[in-house]
Design a protein around this ligand. Structure first.
Ligand SMILES: NC(=O)c1ccc[n+]([C@@H]2O[C@H](COP(=O)([O-])OP(=O)(O)OC[C@H]3O[C@@H](n4cnc5c(N)ncnc54)[C@H](OP(=O)(O)O)[C@@H]3O)[C@@H](O)[C@H]2O)c1
Length: 355
């Protein structure tokens, strides 16, 4: 099962809003065929693994319950029955309401032995974007920032470019490809004029939505963010009360405010309508602060440089803060040395951390 799950990881960044799924066909203890879901709209892992199998009475290892409905692809359960598979080992039932146990029922009715729960927690962790999107109808939210040892995102002049070193910035940029969208605050765009694109060649022509929270609709059309919209479509959010309510892009939403700033719940709800299953929030400080404050984030990644910056005018990671009795805790965190600092990554939402 671990091999099937890890095979599915090869689709990372390309399958959403579909899940990451790999599959193995085993006959008398030997793997005779494999497959994985490569990208959205392509055949499912089970179909890839079974297509060239002519032997009967095999075992299929597939981490997610096979589908039993017509979507872009035909039902995988039909193929499993037709290929006379005798046993199917599954990690997780599919929370998609069109499946959700019906696939398992269908196979059982056709005398296929079903085993569920194998490496369930590991798969829930690997597939956390999909599980949050399916269960909550909201994208999985990961916050990412480059910080100094004392938790500053910028120096006192609000410059952030040189906090992390080149190696960290390269790695941090390549992370974007794992997600369906990247989100920043309007001030980051005004100050840094970023492109927020994927520059690494290895990711081919992967599409990525870019999302900017620009409360007062102040962005300048000459900024770099307005370029390359074919591959990196831009979604803007501004307030219904902004003086200028002329849309700057096709996907410009004028929404309700939550006090002085935009309502993030509403933002996430609208992003889900685009079938965006995961969002990487890249700052700046106020936006990260809002996501933490509203408990709307699922995961945190900090690129920590071995530098101390200090200063009360610099942008903080989490300015509003919480009390020591209720801190935000990282679950399943990992620490990796990188360049002249380190990366810390962990879940902060126990519901979608994989247990
Ligand atoms: N070190 C890093 O990793 C990193 C990453 C990104 C940025 N930065 C730096 O951070 C600085 C910008 O950070 P910042 O804190 O000043 O601004 P920011 O977080 O980039 O943007 C804040 C602005 O976003 C808008 N906004 C709309 N809805 C919001 C909501 N619900 N919560 C929060 N903001 C909302 C508001 O725009 P209006 O002003 O229109 O109301 C708010 O002023 C820049 O200097 C940039 O270089 C550092």
């Amino acid at each position: 099962m671990k091999a099937a799950i890890n095979l599915g990881l090869r689709g990372k960044g390309f399958t959403e809003p579909n899940p990451l799924v790999g599959a193995l066909v085993v006959d008398r203890g030997k793997i005779i065929s494999t497959g994985f879901h490569r990208s959205f709209g392509t055949p499912h892992a089970e179909a890839m693994a079974l297509k060239s199998v002519s032997r009967k009475h095999t075992t299929l290892y597939v981490p997610l319950e096979p589908c039993c409905h017509f979507g872009i692809n035909p039902p995988c359960t039909d193929l499993i029955i037709q290929k006379k598979v005798s046993r199917v080992v599954i990690a997780l039932q599919d929370p998609n309401p069109r499946v959700n146990g019906k696939g398992i029922e269908m196979m059982k009715k056709n005398d296929i032995r079903i085993e569920t729960g194998c490496l369930e927690k590991y798969y829930a962790r690997v597939n956390r974007h999909y599980l949050k999107f399916m269960n909550r109808k909201r994208p999985y939210v990961t916050l990412k920032a480059g910080v100094s040892l004392d938790g500053k995102l910028t120096d006192k002049h609000h410059r952030s470019k040189w906090i992390t070193d080149l190696e960290m910035r390269k790695f941090s940029q390549s992370l974007r490809s794992e997600f369906s969208a990247i989100l920043v605050g309007g001030r980051t765009v005004l100050v840094d004029d970023p492109r927020l694109t994927i520059r690494e060649r290895g990711w081919g022509d992967k599409r990525l939505y870019r999302v900017v929270l620009d409360t007062y609709n102040q962005l300048d059309l000459n900024q770099k963010i307005f370029r390359q919209q074919q591959r990196f479509p831009l979604i803007l959010f501004s307030s219904q009360t902004a003086a200028n309510r002329t849309p700057k892009v096709d996907n410009h939403h004028f929404i309700k405010s939550d006090g002085e700033v935009l309502d993030l719940n509403r933002v996430l709800k609208i992003l889900a309508r685009y079938r965006i299953a995961s969002v990487l929030v890249e700052g700046g400080g106020q936006v990260i602060n809002s996501f933490l404050n509203k408990k709307l984030a699922d995961e945190l990644i900090l690129f920590t440089a071995s530098k101390v910056i200090g200063g009360s005018d610099s942008v903080e990671l989490f300015a509003s803060g919480v009390s020591l009795s209720g801190p935000i805790r990282l679950i399943h965190h990992r620490i990796m040395n990188l360049g002249s600092g380190y990366v810390v990554r962990g879940s902060i939402n126990p519901l979608f951390s994989g247990g």
